[in-house]
Design a binder for this molecule. Structure first.
Ligand code: CAO
Length: 428
């Protein structure tokens, strides 16, 4: 028997359009399978099928405006019997249009056997993958995955209850980016119509690499969704630099770079200021009791973040070695997904590039803070009696103002500066 699948009540939004269609004519769908994606001016939501059966006709196309009871599709019941309408109504209660923020705090998967009690329910954060297992991901994550051509079934979600996070998708996309061509990826930048520049003079164009496309989408999202504040400071690294040179002169097996010291010092300060080693989940703060530190690596293909795990359990020599190894792998395009996952806090060093003064590093979501480091220079510093030459390192710490207040950021920055100025502080 054929059923007309009508748009259920999805939460009262009057301006809805079809953003994506997941099925095609001839597909077999089950009640609850994601059928299409709806978009309002505030959020996106996946609409599950109200019926079991074969899709005979799809009555909408991408971009169509729809409203309550708009015909979506004709579905022929596989058993030849009509679908149970009461079941359909119960299901439809589960498809309320919610904002991304609301979505984040609703990690429960919906399955056919689980009837949701509440009326303000998440729409489907789950979907059945082509391999048959259920994957859990919010609509915007699935949208990102589709744009990046990533199969969510290949990801073991690192989020709560195995949910797939943006971090997971990006890590897999970056791994794929190092091994495959750029043709499969769709740019995720919002394309704004540009003037025809060639009217004004000669131009040439170049495609962004896959990594640049991925970074571009991720950075845009981080910048647009996190209220950034950047605290500037200096660290007097005169003694640190002398010690570093001494270490490097004593042996040649390991190169002790400033970055290794920075990572160690950050780990020390993160332990004192747990809010910097956290993530924000709706109205909840997730504190991490492990200390994985990411560092940005500039490669020919674009910017990557490699992650040193459990820095609190590692000595300077080990950290220096891992920095060198991971940076080399990044430049060869050989970082694995796990080399890029699980970072709690990122260090972005432009010190080797002659970067003067401070800059504003973009927080690497879902982290809540990042350290940017510029090139140290010898400066006349007043020591209370006279001006003395000191090697001063510019520090720029961007933090998420939703979770970190300015007073705390000032203390964190000061503690980091002190740790670098006198490494003995790390021992305290
Ligand atoms: N001040 C002065 N000199 C510095 C310095 C600083 N803050 N940081 C590094 N240097 C010097 C080093 O001492 C080294 O000189 P020596 O060989 O004489 O010791 C030289 O610069 C090169 O350092 P390096 O590159 O070998 O090592 P590193 O640890 O500083 O950096 C890495 C490694 C992978 C982080 C870096 O190469 C890199 O890719 N940085 C890019 C980061 C980036 O692009 N961030 C994004 C910013 S926002 O888009």
């Amino acid at each position: 028997m054929q059923q007309k699948f009508l748009l259920p009540d999805v939460g009262g939004s009057s301006s809805l359009s079809v953003a994506d269609i997941y099925v095609k004519v001839g597909d077999t769908v089950k009640q609850g399978d994601n059928f299409l994606m709806l978009e309002s001016d505030k959020a996106t939501v996946d609409l599950p099928s109200s019926y079991d059966g074969i899709v005979k006709e799809i009555l909408v196309k991408i971009g169509d405006k729809v409203e309550l009871d708009s015909p979506i599709a004709i579905i022929e019941s596989a058993s030849g019997t009509s679908a149970d309408n009461s079941k359909q109504e119960a299901k439809q209660e589960n498809t309320k249009l919610i904002t991304p923020e609301e979505n984040i705090v609703q990690p429960q998967p919906i399955s056919q056997s689980t009837q949701q009690e509440t009326h303000k329910i998440v729409a489907p954060v789950s979907a059945v993958s082509t391999l048959g297992q259920t994957v859990y991901a919010a609509p915007y994550i699935r949208k990102l995955a589709r744009k990046l051509n990533i199969d969510l079934a290949k990801i073991n979600g690192s989020g709560k209850n195995g949910r797939i996070t943006e971090d997971d998708v990006i890590a897999l996309a970056q791994t794929a980016a190092t091994t495959t061509s750029t043709s499969a990826i769709v740019a995720t930048n919002n394309s704004v119509p540009l003037p025809d520049f060639s009217k004004f003079g000669e131009i040439s164009t170049e495609d962004l690499t896959r990594i640049q496309q991925i970074s571009s989408a991720h950075l845009t999202r981080c910048w647009q969704t996190i209220p950034h504040v950047t605290q500037y400071d200096y660290a007097d690294i005169t003694e640190l630099e002398e010690y570093r040179k001494l270490l490097n002169n004593k042996q040649k097996d390991i190169k002790y770079t400033l970055l290794a010291f920075l990572i160690k010092a950050c780990c020390h300060v993160l332990q004192k200021y747990p809010k910097f080693n956290a993530s924000l989940d709706g109205n909840k703060i997730i504190y991490k009791h492990y200390y994985n530190l990411g560092f940005a690596v500039d490669t020919k293909q674009g910017l990557l973040v490699a992650v040193i795990k459990n820095v609190n359990n590692k000595g300077l020599a080990q950290i220096a070695k891992e920095v060198a190894d991971l940076a080399a792998l990044a430049r060869e395009g050989k970082l694995s997904a796990s080399d890029m996952q699980g970072s709690c806090f990122t260090v972005s060093s432009l010190g080797g590039y002659g970067a003067k003064g401070h800059f504003t590093p973009i927080i690497n979501s879902p982290e809540v803070a990042i350290l940017g480091v510029s090139t140290a220079s010898t400066t006349a510093v007043f020591d209370g009696k006279q001006f003395v030459p000191r090697l001063m390192l510019p520090l720029s710490i961007s933090y998420d103002h939703r979770i970190i207040d300015g007073a705390l950021a000032a203390q964190f920055t000061n503690a980091l500066s002190l740790a670098l100025t006198d490494l003995r502080n790390i021992l305290l």
